[in-house]
Design a binder for this molecule. Structure first.
Ligand code: COA
Length: 186
């Protein structure tokens, strides 16, 4: 658990390091079909092994407006997936756009729910954000169930919002503010 930013009962979040490349690419390769439909950062044919995706992750993390984190299992440190606070805007917005995915072998075991609760605590209590937004394609049932289960509010619908794979895809807009978060913790 060295270098954990925040730790829960089963998983912790930590910053990716250059020496995570092999584990990251192995996870992407194994999970390609599972991830490709809904994950915007998912490499297409131009990045078959995920190396460019990983390099971009490291590069973006160097800037203050992105906090890209690995979800790692506490018991053995195994990389399970990613949890990202993207495009952080300060000033009067104090907002981040959430992104996440989990490796196919680790899905449906509650790991992402735990990681999401951790990233919200980190976002509100350490990074000092006011709002976290998640944009989800209407057919993405696992992701919709995930944000709903931790208390995100459905704010609206954004037609042709993100370029996913080969087209501009419609998304539902979900969000949680620090006030929502604090109310849930009482
Ligand atoms: C979305 C995703 C991260 C969920 O991860 P996960 O580890 O399976 O999630 P959890 O096990 O913590 O479960 C979260 C909720 O999703 C539900 N869920 C998970 N997989 C599901 C499925 N295939 N169908 C319906 N519900 C599902 C769980 O039942 C749970 O809901 P509950 O708390 O109401 O029971 C994972 O499916 C994924 O990586 N998908 C591909 C990438 C992606 O879509 N990223 C998000 C883009 S917006």
């Amino acid at each position: 658990m060295s270098q954990a930013l925040i730790t829960g009962p089963r998983v912790h979040l930590r910053k990716p390091r250059p020496d995570d490349e092999a584990a990251f690419c192995a996870l992407v390769a194994k999970s390609r079909d599972f991830l490709s439909r809904f994950a915007p950062g998912m490499p297409q044919a131009t990045d078959p092994d995920g190396r460019r995706w990983f390099a971009r992750t490291i590069e973006l993390n160097a800037a203050e407006n992105n906090q890209k984190m690995l979800i790692c299992r506490n018991e053995d440190g195994v990389l399970l997936g990613c949890m990202n606070l993207n495009e952080i805007v300060r000033g009067s917005f104090q907002n981040a756009f959430l992104g996440y995915w989990i490796g196919v072998d680790f899905a449906r075991q509650g790991y992402t729910t735990e990681a999401l609760r951790l990233v919200l605590e980190y976002a509100f209590e350490t990074v000092g954000l006011h709002r976290v937004e998640a944009n989800i394609q209407p057919g993405n049932e696992p992701s919709t169930a995930l944000v709903r289960s931790v208390g995100f509010r459905h704010e609206g619908f954004s037609p042709r919002y993100l370029f996913i794979g080969t087209e501009w895809a419609d998304h539902d807009r979900w969000a949680l503010t620090i006030e929502d978060w604090e109310a849930m913790r009482q």
